[in-house]
Every structure is written in structure tokens, then in C-alpha cells.
Design a protein around this ligand. Structure first.
Ligand SMILES: [Cu+2]
Length: 184
């Protein structure tokens, strides 16, 4: 999987360079393109949570997900989702998975920046401290939305469920925003 991501990054580096010559908002576009690099073949090694894990989970009283939005990306490319997780509980919360009826597979990813390059990696769990919150945003943590069943329309809402290590879940309605939306 690492190899396929690297190959994708090499390919996308060329795309990003071409875009930077023609597009003004490369700051928002480039991380997205990078985020998508290498995912076409990333079928193996991801942490999968099946529908049963979500169905059996209790809705959390203390953990909530809000401000969720995703990019409208044409089929069949994957997209990314961003949101705010608030943990009002006395214990740390660990996000371990996400799912959406609109996407065949959702993975937890982190984009990091090193030496002028963006790269992303899958993260098995993401900790939200007790009484704290964590913002998933472009260039940082995000939900990678793979295998879209249909292309979501700008302005529509896509439901997403979030599974935590304590067996609880939270849900959010994610607003579909134009592909070039910047972080906010
Ligand atoms: Cu990603």
C-alpha cells in the first residue's frame, strides 16, 4: 500500500504542478489531489468496520460530530470529509472508523507535510481527549470517502456514521460543498 501511495504521489505531483500553473486556488486543490493519490489500488490493508459494528453500537451521549462537509467530486474519484468531533466525556475517545451509505468504503486518513511535500497515511485510531475536541480539516485528519455509489450534488446532505473505540457511535449530516472549497 505504501508503494502504491508513493506511485500515486509521483503521478499527482505532475498534476499539481500543471494545476499550479493554471489555477489560482492551488492551496485547496493540491492537498485534495494529494489525498486522492494512490487510492485507486488501495484495496488491501485498510481497517475495515462492517455494517454490523455500526448497527450494534450505541449512540454516544458524550461524543458528537458536527460541522461536517464533504467535497463534491465527480465519479468515480474518491472524496474527503471534514468535521468537528467533540468529546464531552471524562475519558478520551478514540475514533476507529466511519461509514456512509453513499460510499462503499470510508477510511481514516492523515495528511502530513514534510519538505514541501504532502503525503497521507491511514490511521487506525484518532484520539480525542477527555473534554476536548478535534477538527478534521483539509491538510490534516480527514475521512477518505472511497467507492462512491453516486456523485453527491452540491448543497445536498450525506449521512455519515462514526464509530468509537468504546463501542459507541455518533452520526452527522454532511453538507456537500463545491470541489474547490477552502478549509474553514
Ligand atoms: Cu485521504
Amino acid at each position: 500500500m505504501k508503494k502504491s501511495i508513493l506511485n500515486g504521489l509521483l503521478v499527482l505531483a505532475g498534476v499539481a504542478t500543471a494545476l499550479s500553473a493554471s489555477a489560482g486556488n492551488i492551496d485547496s486543490a493540491q492537498p485534495l489531489l494529494m489525498a486522492h493519490a494512490g487510492h485507486a489500488k488501495a484495496e488491501h490493508g485498510h481497517v475495515a468496520h462492517n455494517a454490523a459494528a455500526f448497527a450494534g453500537a450505541k449512540v454516544s451521549d458524550t461524543i458528537s460530530v458536527s460541522n461536517c462537509w464533504i467535497r463534491a467530486i465527480p465519479l468515480p474519484a474518491p472524496s474527503a470529509g471534514y468535521f468537528l468531533i467533540k468529546n464531552g466525556g471524562a475519558k478520551e475517545a478514540k475514533l476507529v472508523g466511519a461509514a456512509s451509505a453513499t460510499y462503499g468504503m470510508v477510511m481514516l486518513h492523515q495528511t502530513t507535510h514534510e519538505g514541501g511535500m504532502s503525503r497521507m497515511s491511514e490511521v487506525p485510531e484518532i484520539v480525542i481527549p477527555a473534554g476536548g475536541e478535534l477538527l478534521f480539516k483539509p491538510g490534516g485528519y480527514h475521512a477518505m470517502l472511497e467507492k462512491p455509489a453516486k456523485a453527491p450534488e452540491v448543497g445536498s446532505k450525506v449521512g455519515m456514521d462514526f464509530l468509537f473505540g468504546n463501542g459507541e457511535k455518533a452520526s452527522a449530516e454532511c453538507e456537500v460543498k463545491p470541489a474547490n472549497t477552502k478549509a474553514h
